[in-house]
Design a protein around this ligand. Structure first.
Ligand SMILES: Cc1cc2nc3c(=O)[nH]c(=O)nc-3n(C[C@H](O)[C@H](O)[C@H](O)COP(=O)(O)O)c2cc1C
Length: 304
């Protein structure tokens, strides 16, 4: 059987499949489907330093081939993460990615330092791209800010940094290159696209936040392109995220240049999707005569 093992910043993942931040809970019910311990890595929903209540309801709405969410990152803050979430995540015995965000560079620094001090987390993912917060995606839109926040966090913690970027820029590959120059060890591409649904009876936007982030199969080709174009500009690994609903969608992402893949919205549709994706990638490698998943990373570029 082909090897599914990949490496990001020197850290070994037993397979390239992980949840995308915010769309997967580490609850007991999950274990009745499959154990998160079977995944390559696990990640929390983004936390801020302090508690936050999130956006007013309604917070989600189904759309053709996807959904809009405007959860607004409710979080118990760093204390809750360390005391409640981290022990649960640790119990699965796979590398942990801590997704963090802040309202200022100082916030990003403090929450990252607190996470790193625990000694229990393998990576910090900087969520620089939440479209549901007033300043959320601005980090990933402004080259100078993006560079500064990554450079400063990188200098203050001794674990690898992943920059989670927004596709809502003129050229996401440029922003991936800025992230690499600033010292990011990997990039996660992509967060959601800002969108809106109007309730025609009420004659107003349906979501409490008015707008939400579009995820799911609707954005998959856009995400594949973001990964493909970034792979041509950067050398650091890419975690490909966006609309993955099947093993073949994941293989596409890897061929486009992703070292690993993150799955979000589809976990709500099919709680087995990540396990099916792991098995499907393995079968694809065997059927096509590859010895390792590493052999197909970026293979679609041979013809481009
Ligand atoms: C309900 C929901 C909550 C999300 N919360 C977060 C979050 O807290 N932090 C983050 O970086 N991304 C968050 N995302 C974005 C996902 O991590 C992912 O980047 C995006 O949904 C695209 O992948 P998908 O199409 O597989 O869902 C969220 C997405 C959904 C659907």
């Amino acid at each position: 059987m082909a090897s599914l093992e990949v490496e990001i910043a020197g850290i070994r993942l037993k397979n390239p499949v992980m949840p995308a931040s915010g769309a997967y809970e580490y609850s007991e019910e999950r274990k009745s489907f499959f154990s998160p311990g079977e995944l390559g890595a696990i990640i929390n929903k983004t936390i801020f330093l302090e508690k936050r209540i999130g956006n007013p309801p309604p917070r989600i709405v189904e759309t053709p081939c996807g959904m809009l969410n405007a959860i607004g990152i409710p979080t118990g803050g760093i204390e809750d993460f360390i005391e409640t979430q981290l022990p649960k995540m640790e119990s699965f015995g796979v590398p942990i990615i801590a997704s963090v965000a802040g309202n200022s560079i100082e916030d990003f620094l403090e929450v990252s330092e607190r996470v790193a001090e625990t000694g229990k987390v393998s990576f910090i993912e900087l969520n620089l791209s939440c479209p549901n917060l007033s300043e959320g995606i601005e980090w990933a839109r402004d080259r100078k800010q993006l560079f500064s926040v990554i450079e400063r966090v990188k200098a203050s913690v001794d674990i690898p940094i992943i920059a989670k970027l927004s596709p809502m820029v003129s050229d996401v590959a440029e922003m991936a290159a800025v992230s690499e120059d600033a010292g990011a060890d990997a990039v996660a591409l992509i967060n959601t696209y800002k969108g809106m649904v109007i309730d025609i009876e009420e004659k107003k936007p349906l979501l409490g936040n008015l707008t939400g982030g579009l995820s799911g199969p609707a954005i998959h080709p856009l995400a594949v392109y973001a990964v493909f174009s970034s792979y041509r500009k950067i050398k650091i690994p890419i975690i490909g995220i966006g609309g993955i609903a099947s093993w073949s969608n994941a293989v596409e992402m890897i061929l486009a240049g992703a070292t690993a893949v993150g799955i979000g919205m589809y976990n709500f549709v099919n709680p087995m999707v990540m396990k099916e994706v792991i098995e499907g990638i393995s079968n694809y490698l065997d059927d096509n005569g590859f010895n390792s998943v590493k052999e197909i990373v970026g293979l679609a570029h041979r013809l481009g």
